[in-house]
Design a binder for this molecule. Structure first.
Ligand code: SAM
Length: 195
């Protein structure tokens, strides 16, 4: 399957998350924030749509990481360096920006299925299981004043995500928001305070 978005052709397969409103909102926000040659990591890169759009439309240096090996492969097929890995566990450097469209849907045991698409969507019982784990580590992979760009939904608990970010020392700004069916999507920009 193929889509064309922001001057970029993106190929994807059934084993990766199909680009959707959340992907587009986050890509659009990233393009409005990137100024020149920032060093950027996208966690949970999926098809690679956000990475590929950034590579095509900016001078930033970007790479992706995803726990789904087919996603890392698909991102590479879309022209961006990507590796397989669990959140930031295998990432050693510091970045100016880390982007994440996480699995954010509250999912209980009866809703859980087996497969890579479940892993793309399943945020645990409260929707924040992966987000909280990511936030605990993100500060160590950001330069001072570095930014996290994260998409969340009203279903995830936007206030709860923001208060977790604040408790970890980030300054918060809601940058872009869009109503989509039964949920509100928001891109939060969390800036790491300078030491
Ligand atoms: C909602 S999809 C977003 C995909 C793509 N960034 C987009 O916006 O279209 C979430 C992605 O996070 C990945 N993911 C889930 N848990 C992960 C983890 N522990 N480490 C890395 N990636 C993870 C999934 O495999 C999936 O590709």
């Amino acid at each position: 399957m193929n889509i064309h978005y922001k001057n970029t052709n993106i190929k994807f397969t059934q084993k990766v998350y199909e680009p959707a409103e959340d992907s587009f909102l986050l890509a659009e926000t990233a393009l409005s924030i990137i100024k020149n040659s920032e060093n950027i990591l996208e966690v949970g890169c999926g098809s690679g749509i956000i990475c590929a759009v950034i590579k095509k439309n900016t001078h930033a240096k970007i790479m992706g990481i995803d726990i789904n090996p087919y996603a890392a492969e698909c991102t590479r097929d879309n022209g961006v360096e990507a590796i397989r890995g669990d959140l930031l566990n295998s990432i050693r450097g510091k970045f100016d920006i880390i982007i994440f469209n996480p699995p954010y849907l509250p999912t209980d045991d009866s809703e859980r299925t087996i497969g890579w698409i479940n892993i793309a969507l399943d945020g645990g019982t409260n929707g924040r299981k992966i987000i909280d784990r990511f936030l605990e580590d993100a500060g160590s992979n950001l330069v001072d004043n570095g930014k996290i760009l994260m998409l969340v939904s009203s279903l995830t608990g936007i206030e709860e995500v923001e208060s977790k970010m604040k408790s970890l020392g980030f300054q918060i700004e809601e940058r872009n928001t869009e109503r989509f069916n039964f949920e509100q999507l928001v891109v939060i920009v969390a800036t790491k305070a300078r030491k």
